[in-house]
Design a protein around this ligand. Structure first.
Ligand SMILES: [Zn+2]
Length: 272
């Protein structure tokens, strides 16, 4: 028992630290892509972390994941402006993903530390994409492409139980099916339904899961997305001209599929 607690902490704590960095990426990457910030350096490292409200730089102690949020009761130490709940949620979410990859994967298939780390980083990329898409409706290439290459690499190493050719098929089927749907949808309705970012995200997920699991994945994501969209519309929380981004639902559905085991899910629905 104490051994498994130690193992859980060994994955949870680095997961928290990486989650803290993901918060920086989630906040800054969309700004780096969309703003013209020529005047002063703006990247993942500079300027140092500061309160977006009063610009006070954060101390080392204020950067401690989760604990600082609890200690400060969710408020900036100098101006007391509320800190977004996104910060502790992303940190805790990423820590749980890392713990799941570190503790559950070795039980289900013969694997190694490197394999668990590769899955953990894949989960972190997916979490980052989901939150950025939810907040900005962007799915940056600089995140979907590493997710795709990591998925192909994981297949090449035999860590996903997929052959490299299934991973490649998954990526091609993922991209082209969404590209086709988007083309038809645009022809029929004159509106853009899916963006190129969605094609690339589904390509990356296809590289991790293979082609067939994309069927329950898209079905699950579309149902959840439509449900949430209807609720938001009914409550008047859907801003004018804004649509519900699809990426977060694809990411959640992919995580659920991995947690249940893609081959088990295909078996349940009679596809394998
Ligand atoms: Zn402040």
């Amino acid at each position: 028992m104490s051994h498994s607690w130690a193992l859980a902490l060994c994955w949870f704590l680095p997961g928290l630290a990486v989650g803290s960095f993901l918060n920086v990426v989630i906040h800054r990457l969309p700004r780096m892509l969309t703003l013209d910030i020529a005047a002063q350096p703006y990247n993942l490292a500079r300027p140092g972390s500061h309160c977006p409200h009063c610009q006070t730089p954060l101390t080392l102690w204020h950067n401690v994941p989760l604990l600082s949020f609890l200690w400060l009761r969710g408020r900036c130490a100098s101006c007391h402006a509320p800190i977004s709940w996104r910060y502790p949620l992303v940190e805790a979410g990423n820590a749980l993903i890392w713990m799941a990859c570190g503790m559950l994967l070795p039980m289900s298939q013969p694997t190694s530390l490197a394999a668990a780390l590769a899955w953990a980083f894949g989960g972190s990329l997916l979490l980052t994409l989901a939150v950025i898409d939810w907040e900005t409706t962007l799915l940056p290439d600089s995140l979907t492409q590493p997710l795709l290459w990591l998925g192909l690499g994981v297949a090449e190493m035999g860590w996903s139980g997929l052959s490299v050719s299934s991973a490649l098929w998954g990526a091609m089927v993922g991209y082209s099916s969404f590209a086709l749907i988007a083309f038809v949808f645009e022809r029929v309705t004159g509106q853009e339904g899916l963006g190129a970012g969605d094609f690339k995200l589904l390509a990356a997920l296809g590289a991790w899961l293979g082609p067939l699991p994309l069927i329950p994945l898209v079905f699950l994501a579309a149902s959840a997305g439509a449900g949430v969209g209807l609720v938001l519309r009914a409550r008047g929380q859907l801003r004018e001209g804004r649509y519900v981004p699809f990426g977060p639902f694809l990411a959640l559905a992919a995580m659920l599929l991995v947690a249940c085991g893609p081959s088990e899910v295909l078996h349940w629905i009679g596809l394998a």
